[in-house]
Every structure is written in structure tokens, then in C-alpha cells.
Design a protein around this ligand. Sequence first.
Ligand code: SF4
Length: 204
Amino acid sequence: MKTPLETPPKIPPGYLNIMGYVDESEVNGPGSRAVVWVQGCLRECPGCFNPASWSFAENQLISIEELANKILSKPKNQGVTFSGGEPFWQAESLAKLAKILKVKGLSVMSFTGFTLEELKSAKAPPHAQDLLAELDLLIDGPYLEQLAINDPNSLVSSKNQRVHIFNPAFNDQLNWASDQMEIHILKDGSRIITGFRGQMGLDY
Ligand code: SF4
């Protein structure tokens, strides 16, 4: 497994490079949530559920404003979850997106392959602190196949991963299950399968 702490992606300012997006997911955090899967991760964890997210090549470029409007256009979205790929390589834009959504009353959660300690260190990706400051919940740590959890009631996919609750309002809302699965059929007929074994699979 690589543990890269350099090589931030080159994305135009004000934009995100994403791999996928769904509204109203109930298997990626508390309540009904929009989910944004960012494009790009350098860890190459064996057993990663989403290897197509590893490349930093441009996939779907979307402005922060457009994505915020999409999320806010669905009143059932009570929050947003950032997944990947590695959200913290796009921390600056995700922090700005989170700020807009929090003003509108949405909660913000993120997965990351970094540990919280790494994100607080001098070697963290740029603007990691800005994104951390916006989060209600963080699931940290890479997926480690040898520590995999296949428990339908587990919030995480491998034993090393931790749930950090930064907003105590979520203390009693840790009720999503990582082994559940949702299939979202999009308007263009493509499908997004999410929640399966705690991560996600995209099926375009
Ligand atoms: S499991 Fe997560 S951190 Fe590991 S390679 Fe896949 S997307 Fe990256």
C-alpha cells in the first residue's frame, strides 16, 4: 500500500473532479444524504472497492456552486458525505462546498484514507484543516483487507478505521450499516451501486 502525502491533483480553482454523485442515500452516513465520490487516490489499497477512482485524470469537472445547487435542490438531502477516491486531495474545494451547505443546515461527513493524525500533521494535503473544520463526522484510515469486517452492523469496513464524531448532535445517529446496498438509477439510465461492503461500486 502506498502512503502518499504529496502530489495534489491539478484541478481548476473553484472546481471539483468527481467520479460520481447521488442524492438521498441512506447507507453512507446518518439519515438521507447526498454522496460525492471524488476522483483520485494514490494509495492503491489491496481489495479497494473502487479502483476506478484511483486515477487523477479528469472525470466529471463540476463547479462548487453547481454542485451545491444540485445538493440543495433535493429537500430530502439532510447532509452530504464525501467519499472517493481521496476527498482530502480536494480539500480546498470540498471545504468551500461544505461551508455553503452547512449555512443551509446540512451536515457534512467525510471518509478518508488518511488517519486523523496525518491530516493534522505538517505533511497533510493542502487545506486539510479547512475541511476538517467543516466536518460533523469523519471516518478515517485506509481499507486494510487483512482487517476487513464483514458485519452487517459495522459502520466501517476494516478494523483500523475509526469514526470521529466532531459534532455531538450525531452521538446517537451512528446507525447506518456498511454492508447494506443501494442501487440508484440515474436519469440517463446509468446506475450507481453504493453501500456494498461499506464502500461503493459504480456501474455506468
Ligand atoms: S480503499 Fe479508499 S484509500 Fe484505499 S485505494 Fe481505495 S479509495 Fe483509496
